[in-house]
Design a protein around this ligand. Structure first.
Ligand code: KG4
Ligand code: ZN
Length: 339
């Protein structure tokens, strides 16, 4: 079965082709240069660039996969959550292709895509076994889930305010490092001392798997007002702020692993590319006897391969959402975990 995936929930236009669950091609057109000057994604600009980029990206994925549209058996496109203007562009292109080629179309939850992305690096008959805990950390989302079976995900906790990727991006903006901030801070931090500055770590008493990153942002702003970050000081500031964010993620994840008794942890979403998070989560999981899995960095950030993979079982089962499927900015994901 050949699946064409289309993703446009935020600022990346992406398309991918899977054959029988194996990745043939994944193409991502980044808009970092468009949004960089603003220090964050400008929704209207993102929509307009998707209009320009989605079709060329679909063509490029088909060419790279060596697959003609006639060989495609179904389309999986992100229907939410995300920026509604951006979602509409990708989903409308998907509907147009489905209509023209007479193909079934399924709308995929972007968050399910991130949770399953790790399986793209494994043989199709050897996915990560359920149940597993998933820490999803990206620019728009921060949450802990218990994945019990395909399509059965319970939400253990989520951020009460900013996403952790947003915290990285806002920190980089305060430091004048450009957008997106995560990769720059990750790189700068490698030569810095993570214990140089002690930034506060928020620990929520109620909702023990929830997180909060807005206080961190205020603390960083106050610190920088008193200690302007000179080029010499930047690596220590980057390493220290990264350590505070990583500490918060490791602590809540450890709690969730202990409470659920899960034997596996999947860390996914753009921030899961972070080098320090990978090291620290690896150490915490080794101490707990838990296996930890990360997608390769290119599959941590937004891509359409994960969307195609999440849609595959539904297309294989004959599902078709048809042309009625709608984009939804706040598409829900995972009922609350009740223990
Ligand atoms: O998953 P993603 O591409 O888009 C969303 O669905 O939000 O995640 C993008 C986020 C951005 O906030 C970016 O700064 C962050 O992931 N990110 C990183 C790293 N690479 C990307 N954060 C920390 N360290 C990284 N190496
Ligand atoms: Zn994402």
């Amino acid at each position: 079965m050949v699946v064409l995936g289309i993703e446009s929930s935020c600022d990346d236009s992406a398309a991918a082709v899977l054959r029988n669950g194996r990745l043939l091609a994944s193409v991502v057109s980044s808009q970092d240069a468009v949004h960089g000057p603003y220090g964050g994604v400008v929704p209207e600009l993102a929509s307009r660039h998707h209009v320009r980029n989605v079709l060329p990206v679909v063509d490029a994925a088909l060419v790279r996969a060596g697959v003609g549209l006639a060989e495609v058996d179904g389309i999986a496109a992100t229907r939410g959550p995300g920026l509604v203007g951006s979602l509409l562009v990708g989903l409308t292109v998907a509907k147009g292709i489905a209509l023209r080629a007479g193909l079934p179309l399924v709308g995929v939850n972007h968050l399910e895509g991130h949770l399953l992305a790790v399986n793209l690096d494994r043989a199709p008959d050897d996915p990560v076994p359920f149940p597993f805990v998933a820490l999803l950390v990206s620019g728009g989302h921060t949450g802990l889930y218990l994945a019990r079976a395909p399509g059965d995900y319970a939400c253990l906790g989520r951020t009460r305010d900013d996403a952790v990727g947003e915290a990285f991006d806002k920190a980089a903006k305060l430091l004048g490092l450009g957008y997106p901030g995560g990769p720059v801070i990750d790189r700068l931090a490698r030569t810095g001392d993570p214990a140089a500055i002690r930034f506060p770590r928020a620990h929520l008493k109620r909702g023990r798997f929830d997180s909060s990153f807005s206080g961190f942002k205020t603390a960083l702003r106050e610190y920088l007002a008193a200690h302007p970050a000179t080029p010499e000081a930047l690596p220590d500031v980057a390493a220290s702020l990264q350590e505070a964010l990583v500490d918060m993620l490791v602590d809540t994840t450890r709690e969730a692993l202990l409470a659920t008794g899960a034997e596996r942890l999947v860390v996914c979403g753009g921030v899961s590319a972070n080098g320090r998070l990978r090291v620290r989560m690896g150490e915490a999981c080794a101490a707990l006897g838990v296996e930890v899995l990360f997608p390769r960095p290119a599959l941590c950030t937004d891509n359409a391969a994960m969307i195609a993979l999440a849609g595959l079982p539904r297309l294989a089962a004959g599902e078709n959402d048809g042309l009625e499927v709608n984009a939804e900015a706040d598409l829900p994901f995972g009922a609350a975990w009740t223990g």
